[in-house]
Write a protein that binds this ligand. Structure first.
Ligand code: PNS
Length: 171
């Protein structure tokens, strides 16, 4: 009797502070190719994120609530060790421009050095998202710039709440 094909699990790691439509685009592409894609939020004790880990998990879960093969988790420590624990054989990363390449190239090769059985797969988002990053979204939005169409509506809503909280007069 033939064996059922193995389940292909991919990890899409990042900070996602916050999730942008560029991330959404990559997750959707990944979900079409792999049996399961785990969006893995790095727990970074050194950074002070705008959104807490719990907020980021909740936002991504909300955006992908109709898609059972998209899961959301947090991780710390080495990415490849986390991937091995999850039984994943693929790391997905988005490539927006040449400027991303050097950093991504180094990470992919270091991860291969650490875990030769895990492959990094790069995907390009749709052109209209190639210039956006979480960092720019936060900066522009907090300075009252418009970001419509660049993040999911629930993320924009939460950004609005953060901005309102920050502009309250201090005691
Ligand atoms: O999209 P980001 O925020 O640049 O993601 C960076 C991330 C989370 C992929 C990277 O920092 C990471 O993998 N951190 C976990 C620690 C680790 O494994 N470091 C070695 C990477 S070669």
């Amino acid at each position: 009797m033939s064996q059922p094909p193995p389940t292909r699990i991919a990890i899409y790691p990042g900070s996602f502070d916050p999730l942008t439509n560029g991330h959404v685009d990559i997750i959707e592409r990944g979900a079409r190719i792999f049996d399961k894609i785990i969006v893995a939020i790095l727990v970074n004790v050194e950074k002070t994120p705008l959104f807490s880990e719990a907020e980021r998990v909740a936002l991504i879960q909300e955006v992908f609530k109709g898609q059972p093969n998209v899961q959301v988790e947090t991780f710390d420590g080495l990415l490849v060790e986390y991937a091995q624990r999850k039984g994943a054989s693929v790391l997905v990363r988005g490539l927006r421009a040449i400027s991303d390449f050097e950093y991504e190239f180094q990470m992919a090769l270091m991860n291969r050095h650490l875990a030769p059985g895990i492959e990094t797969v790069f995907m390009m988002p749709a052109e209209q998202y190639t210039y956006i990053s979480s960092r720019l979204i936060k900066e522009v939005f907090m300075l009252n710039g418009k970001i419509d169409g660049l993040v999911p509506p629930v993320v924009e809503e939460q950004l609005r709440a953060k901005r309102a909280g920050r502009s309250k007069p201090q005691d």
